[in-house]
Design a protein around this ligand. Sequence first.
Ligand code: GLN
Length: 537
Amino acid sequence: MKYIFVTGGVVSSLGKGLTAAALGTLLENRGLKVALQKFDPYLNVDPGTMNPYQHGEVYVLDDGAETDLDLGHYERFTNVKLTRFNNLTSGQVYQTVLNNEREGKYLGKTVQVIPHVTDEIQNRIHLLADQSKADVVITEIGGTTGDIEGLPFLEAIREFALEAGHGNVVFMHVTFVPFIKAAGELKTKPTQQSVAKLREIGIAPHILIARCERPLDKELRQKISLFCNVPYEAVIEEKDVDHSIYEVPLMLQRDRLDDLVCRLLHLDTPTANMAHWQEIIRKLIAPQHRVRIGVVGKYIELQDAYKSVYEAVIHGGVANDCGVEIVKVDAEDIEREGAEKILRGLGGILVPGGFGERGIEGKIMAAKYARENKLPYLGLCLGMQIATIEFARNVLKLDKAHSTEFDPDTPHPVIALLDEQKKITKKGGTMRLGAQPCQLVMGSMAANLYGAFVVNERHRHRYEFNNAYRDKFEKADFVFSGTSPDGKLVEVIELPNHPFFIASQFHPEFRSKPHQPHPMFKGFIGAAHAHIHHRPL
Ligand code: GLN
């Protein structure tokens, strides 16, 4: 078994997760089986209860684990199957250690960071190695070297490497080489200092990934090599991408990162054939068509809050050889200025998931605008609930229809909690989480898009369509085209008298990859393109 540890230096947000995922892509394309995991040094047990302002999107796995958004990169770039064991937080480590202590498992010893916490961290690396049967385990350590809270993780991987032995472990450090305008040059000192910080705790990186805005020249690479004690060819340039994050694997391949990793780990494999990936990039850089999609949300100023949604939309574009310009629409702007003014000219409207009341009326206005103007609409989770509320109010004339999440006293709770959920009060306790089967109705748009009748999609929500209203909706040609296999939970809705109006209670965005665009997104972008060019679907 071989191990790669990815650490980060100088600043956060360098795209360590992306780099780890991109390396995973390259190794998989060399025929290796890869496993990926992320260690997060914060004390939350998982990011499920964290605010998007703090943490960006919560990425949901098949098993219902609420994880860091870097795991989304792992799944989009590779074929790895992730479970809750692929994301470990300090909170989980301490929870386990403290439970062990209460159960007397440490036989009266003093419980300490070293060895008890560090052993627990190492256990998780072994566990993934055993379970995945991968050739290479890539472990990304969140945070930045020098953070106090990251120390136990770094100590753990140092000890781990010692045991695994020479030739079985690669330490890859992602660092920042800033361009200083006043000096007109790139500066290596922060990199030198962050490598020094790592060496202080006994980790000497084998490879440095230099994140930079401008290309590194030969001299600079030599300087980094000399002062950071890594060979010249182990200084890898990862410049800001021009067009798309999906360029990263190709960029790293150009600098022979995967060759080097395989050499260091004594892995004898053919080089990676990335032709399919190059074709994806071609479609991203020079697409045949273009379309603008409005994503109506409330965290639009945050890059990461709707990460998987934005990515899936782009994948839908790749599937149609169509460049997508994502227009981030603040739902509250629609409330203030009206739907027509804000949404006119778009090829389609997407309402993503969300919690809380802010912006809800604006989203309802967006759904109404899409329905009435035959503009393609894709609703995800909250986006399905919004479409339902809109239809109830404006077509069925159910005055003040709402979700009980936003109006507990609504006379028409078309979206509500199931009876059995009402008793649970613990945060997170009532959530429907993870992959569940959904049965699609023959002849529906959903079934046509998927080309299947049973699909498995991921959930993260509390509220459901209220079946007391099912008849009323059906009589008005509102189609329930997907339900749980027992028929009880509404999973997909669509409007038949509309070119493309479909919404799901689940989150299809978590399953989309650039090389396997999700059918709902593929259909949505195709419809948006047809709408703009007045073409039949
Ligand atoms: N707030 C809604 C619910 O809890 C929708 C959640 C979501 O969009 N993820 O059901």
